[in-house]
Design a binder for this molecule. Sequence first.
Ligand code: ADP
Length: 396
Amino acid sequence: MNVLVLNCGSSSLKYQLINAATETALATGICERIGIDGKFKYKSNTGAKVEKQVTMETHETAVKCVLDALVEPETGVIKSLDEIGAVGHRVVHGGESFAQSVVIDDEVIKAIEACSDLAPLHNPANLIGINACKALMPNVPMVAVFDTAFHQSMPARAYLYGLPCKYYDEYKIRKYGFHGTSHSFVSKRMAEFAGLDINNSKIIVCHLGNGASVTAVLNGKSIDTSMGLTPLEGLTMGTRSGDIDPAIIEYIVNKEGKTVSEVIAMLNKESGVQGMSGGLSSDFRDLTIASEEGNVLAIQALEVYSYRVAKYIGSYVAAMNGVDAIAFTAGIGENDDLVRANVVGYLGYLGITLDKEKNNTKSNELYICTPDSKVKVAIIPTNEELAIARETMALI
Ligand code: ADP
C-alpha cells in the first residue's frame, strides 16, 4: 500500500508518496507560494523531475496538482488514485487533546481547530490540507500525526512554567514541545543501533535543523524537551532566539517603539545565529566558512549555539540521573562535524571521547565516539515522513 504524507504550511505543501511495504519514497516534492502565484516541484524515484509555475489559489488546488502529478502517464509513479491507500497529515499542535496519532474524523477536526489558538500559523494550514484531501479523496482514510504528541508523557514538573496557576488552568499555558515525530523515531532507532532495551534506556536526542530542540527520552518516553508553548523556546536556532529573559521584550518595545508582536517576529525570524552573525546567514555552511575566515560574529554565533546544546544535554543528564546514548540528527546534527565536535567537547565529564576521524566521515548511522566512551554518541538520520507513514499504517 502507498501512503501520501502531507505537511501543509501557510503557503506551502510538502509531500511524499511512500510505499509502505518497502518504506521507500516513490515521489517527493513541494508546492510553494500557494495563494500567491504557485510553484510546483516534483521528483520521482524513477528519475523524473518536474518544476513549473502553476496557479495555486488554494491548498485544494495544490493537493490536486500533487495528485495529478502522481498519476501523470509519463512522469507519474502510480496508475490511478486507487493506489493511494491512506494519507498521513503532519499536524503541528495537538495541545493536551492528542498524546497519539489518530484517524481523522469530524470530532478530530474540531479538536485540531480548538488547538489553533496555540499554533495560529500552523494548525489552520494543516486543517486546510486535511479538508482539501477530504474533498478530493473522500474515501481514503486519513491520519493526523502531531508534533506535540510524543511529549505528552512529560511530567508536570517538566511542563509547568513558574507562572500563576490560573494561566495553566484557564489557557493551558505550559510546555508542549515539538519535533515529536523526529524525537520518537530517532530515539527508537538510537536504542536499536546501540543495542539498548528502549524500555530501560536513557537517551538524549539533539534534533538540530533550522528549528532545533533537544529531548530527554527515558524508557522510550519523552520526559522533557527544550521547546515550549511554541517552538521559540530552548536552543539558539537558525533565526529563532531560543531562551531569553522575557523582560527583554518590554525593554526593546520601550527602546524602539515597537509592538510586542513586532518584537516576537524579530525573535522568530531575525534572531538565532542569523541575527547574532549580523544578518550573515542562518545556514551553518555559510557561518562555518565565515568563521574560518575569522569573522568574529560568526565565531561567536557558532560558540553560543554549541554551548547552549551542551547545557541542555547536561540538564537532561541531571533530569534522567544519567544517560546511555546521545543522538545527533536533522540538517545540522547529521552534517555539521564542527558543531558536533564542539558540543561533544563539553561532555568529557560523561566519559565521552570524540572519534575525530569518524566525526568527519559522511555516512548514514555512525558512532562518533571512541569505543571506550561510557556514553554512546551517534549520528542517527531522522525521517519524519517515514515516521508519519508508519504511524498512518499502524492506525488504518
Ligand atoms: P528544517 O527541516 O528545519 O528546515 P533541516 O533539518 O533540513 O531543517 O536543516 C537545515 C539546516 O541544516 C540548514 O539551514 C543548514 O544550516 C544545515 N545544513 C544542511 N546541510 C549542511 C552541511 N552539509 N553542513 C552544515 N550544515 C548543514
